[in-house]
Design a protein around this ligand. Structure first.
Ligand code: NAD
Length: 260
């Protein structure tokens, strides 16, 4: 698959979407875009204040929820389906970095890597695996469903300032690619978007000071909507400021041994 479909209201009207991390940045833009296209949207976030205020602005539901809560996921999916009648799109977007603001690769990495490690894995990996597994039985019974994981280009290239973040994003990219066939057997798609630098609060201040180009979150929301309806499965899509619109990253299909 090399091109993504344009977004059309007919794909979203009456459909139901959950957006994790919808209280800020990319998730807030996704909630807004999908809602304007006619989807009923449920924002989930641990940040009550921002989550509720984005939900009020978008005109959708807000639920305070920690994506690392396995049992809570089953309840969230059941409650959403009971209230709205279906669950069609699941955007597993919540994510955090581990690098303290103002830190540098010259600083001793041991204290901040060890203190943030488990928490970053819980949000960035558990939040994706638990969410996808909670939605799967419901989407399978429903006969359709599309899941989108917000990964990162950090999961494909290296990211020396934040190795734990890079590790977590590599993990979810591998998960999406590997779990896709099992989901396809059950009528469900799963894909990932890898943004480059996006202008959201997750960005460390020094990145801003460096004046690096950053994409607006609305571009990522557009890309996420298009991937959700693409029919692609197991796709890893790249959207960085210099490469927008998105393109599908192709991995080597086999490891054939050392070069001869
Ligand atoms: P952001 O900080 O603006 O938004 C992240 C949201 O996730 C926040 O509202 C936060 O409260 C929420 N969140 C954090 N932990 C949570 C938890 N346990 N449960 C529920 N919600 C939780 O950042 P963003 O840039 O919009 O990030 C969205 C996603 O995009 C993340 O997965 C991030 O890793 C990814 N990403 C961002 C960039 C970028 O440059 N901004 C680049 C590549 C990937």
């Amino acid at each position: 698959m090399s091109a993504l479909p344009e977004l059309a209201k007919r794909n979203f009207t009456g459909k139901v979407s959950i957006v994790t991390g919808g209280g800020s940045g990319i998730g807030a833009a996704v909630a807004d875009r999908l809602s304007k296209l006619g989807s009923k949207v449920v924002i989930v976030d641990t940040n009550d204040k921002d989550g509720q205020s984005i939900a009020d602005a978008v005109g959708c539901d807000f639920i305070r929820f920690d994506v690392a809560d396995l049992e809570g996921w089953e309840q969230l999916v059941a409650d959403t389906a009971r209230k709205h009648g279906s669950l069609d799109f699941l955007c597993l977007n919540a994510g955090i970095g581990s690098r303290p603001r103002g830190s540098s690769v010259k600083d001793d990495p041991i204290p901040w890597i060890l203190s943030n490690y488990k928490n970053v894995l819980a949000v960035n990996i558990d939040g994706v695996v638990y969410g996808a597994m909670a939605a799967l039985p419901f989407m399978e019974r429903q006969g359709s469903g599309s899941i989108l994981v917000t990964a990162s280009v950090a999961g494909i290239r290296t990211q020396p300032p934040d190795p734990i973040y890079a590790l977590s994003k590599s993990a979810v990219i591998s998960f999406v690619r590997s779990v896709a066939p099992a989901l396809a057997e059950r009528g469900v798609q799963i894909n990932a978007l890898c943004p480059g630098s996006v202008d959201t609060p997750i960005q460390p201040d020094d990145r801003r000071l460096e004046g690096r180009p950053m994409s607006p979150p609305e571009e990522m929301a557009e890309a996420i909507g298009r991937i959700l309806i693409s029919g692609d499965n197991g796709g890893i899509w790249i959207a960085s400021s210099s490469d927008y619109p998105v393109w599908r990253y192709e991995f080597a299909s086999a490891i054939d041994g050392p070069p001869s």
